[in-house]
Design a protein around this ligand. Structure first.
Ligand SMILES: [Fe+2]
Ligand SMILES: [Fe+2]
Length: 477
């Protein structure tokens, strides 16, 4: 175990002091522990003391949850769990009271602030109230309340922390003028107040983002995870023939290729009453029948595959995110190798952190940010990762429930990040993270036709858990 801990550290160019090593080895899950510590250390840490370990885990409740465990895998033994604290199911406290909103935003602010303060180029922030009294450059962290373009082409951001709100000024001549700012995102700013203390002149902007040292660390796992998003059972545009081709391929290949896990990132059925006139597009107009039909389709998937289903906006749970798992009444007909979880969800699959989010929030990103489009959902996902938040914009089309904590924050950097909803298919790598938009099993809908949107259905993305190799298996041919 000692060697495994030391080599995990060595892979990240980190050397542990004897006390630090002792502390790690005394934990009941030393490998999980050291991997978590390694992700929390600032980028330039090389010699790590016991105090560094304690600082790295300070205030972190999910610290002992496994992450990036590198171990020898047995392909016949499944290893999948929900990362504690990432599933709202059974844990919703939201009553919509004023204090719920205050707590929700406080949680968002402090969690993202902690991430920004871990950037090696940032350090720690000064309360805005104090920074506005200083005559020198300082750093602050705030949540963006609003962004205004002045008639002269400058930008003013109203930015708030727990002490006060200030107006951050970005001159039209500043290199920061082209930056994208999102309402309710948390950013760090380096700058200085004007002499009359009315404005804070921004010199640099810091997003929480992912450390540039983040990378995919290969493991011995030979298993793979596949994704089947937006199945939309019950719709007449469900691509039954292509689905059957995919099932036949799984039956023939999944054992040999060790495809042991399939995640369904939401919209598993078409639902009812989701949009006006939907009745005309349904072959099954009863929600119970849609789910039992899905459970029948899933019985064809080979038994050795563990499946995970979370809802999307077409499913029969509350629309507001985070969404809890499907209620018991719809789960009854599903086999025991299917886990029902909330949306979004962070899973640990053979040591890999897998973040799955249906992606309803993508609508707001595209509506609110000029350079984002439905044709390029991966660019939206990259923006989510830079801001470490799946859906920062509050009070837009995508409803957010003010839970006691903000489940839409990307608290831990995933190895794999998947979303659906827009029915596109694509993959890209961002700082080692395998990012995937996971297609659909529905051909172009009337709504998509009206908006001139061409989906990429019938594609199953597969990611090797050891190598990170991503394949988009196309069943439309
Ligand atoms: Fe969908
Ligand atoms: Fe959707």
């Amino acid at each position: 175990m000692r060697e495994e801990v030391l080599s995990a550290a060595a892979r990240k160019n980190v050397f542990l002091s004897p006390e630090a090593l002792e502390m790690v080895l005394s934990n009941s899950h030393p490998i999980d522990f050291i991997n978590t510590v390694l992700t929390k250390l600032s980028e330039n840490s090389m010699f790590v003391t016991k105090k560094d370990v304690m600082d790295a885990i300070a205030g972190d409740t999910v610290i002992y949850a496994p992450q990036k465990t590198i171990k020898v895998q047995n392909s016949h033994k499944l290893d999948i769990s929900v990362v504690p604290g990432t599933d709202v199911t059974g844990d919703s406290t939201c009553e919509g009271k004023i204090e719920d909103f205050a707590n929700y935003f406080r949680n968002r602010y402090y969690t993202l602030r902690k991430i920004i303060e871990k950037r090696k180029d940032f350090g720690s922030a000064m309360p805005i109230e104090k920074a506005m009294r200083m005559d020198r450059e300082t750093k602050i962290i705030g949540i963006i309340y609003e962004k205004k373009d002045t008639k002269n082409g400058h930008v003013i951001l109203k930015v708030e922390d727990e002490t006060t709100m200030c107006s951050v000024f970005i001159s039209k001549d500043s290199p920061l003028i082209g930056e994208t700012f999102i309402n309710d995102e948390v950013i760090g700013i380096a700058g200085k107040p004007t002499s009359n203390k009315e404005l804070y002149i921004a010199n640099e902007i810091y997003h929480p983002d992912v450390p540039s040292s983040n990378k995919w660390v290969p493991s011995d796992s030979s298993a793979s995870v596949a994704f089947l998003s937006d199945v939309h059972i019950g719709s007449y545009t469900f691509l039954e023939n292509n689905w059957k081709k995919m099932i036949a391929w799984l039956k023939a290949n999944s054992t040999e290729k060790e495809i042991d896990y399939i995640v369904f990132p939401g919209d598993v059925v078409d639902g009812i009453g989701v949009f006006p006139g939907q009745e005309e597009e349904l072959t099954v107009d009863n929600i119970y029948d849609q789910y039992s039909m899905l459970s029948e389709y899933l019985k064809d998937i080979p038994d050795h595959i563990q499946m995970v289903i979370h809802p999307g906006n077409h499913d029969a749970v509350r629309l507001a995110e985070p969404q809890p798992a499907l209620p018991e009444i719809f789960r009854k007909s599903f086999d025991s190798n299917i886990m029902m979880v909330g949306n979004p969800i962070t899973l640990n699959i053979e040591g890999r952190t897998v973040l799955s989010y249906h992606g309803k929030g993508i609508d707001d990103w595209i509506a609110g940010v000029r350079e984002l489009t439905y044709e390029d959902p991966l660019k939206v996902m990259k923006n989510m990762m830079i801001r470490r938040h799946l859906a920062p914009m509050y009070g837009q089309r995508n409803a957010l429930a003010p839970e006691k904590k903000d489940y839409l924050i990307i608290d831990r950097v995933p190895d794999i990040f998947v979303s659906g909803h827009v029915h596109g298919a694509g993959t890209m790598e961002y700082k080692g993270i395998r990012m995937i938009n996971a297609s659909s099993w529905q051909s172009q809908t009337e709504y998509q036709k009206m908006h001139n949107f061409n989906p990429d259905p019938g594609i199953m993305p597969i990611v090797g858990l050891g190598t990170g190799k991503t394949t988009m298996m196309n069943f439309m041919k």
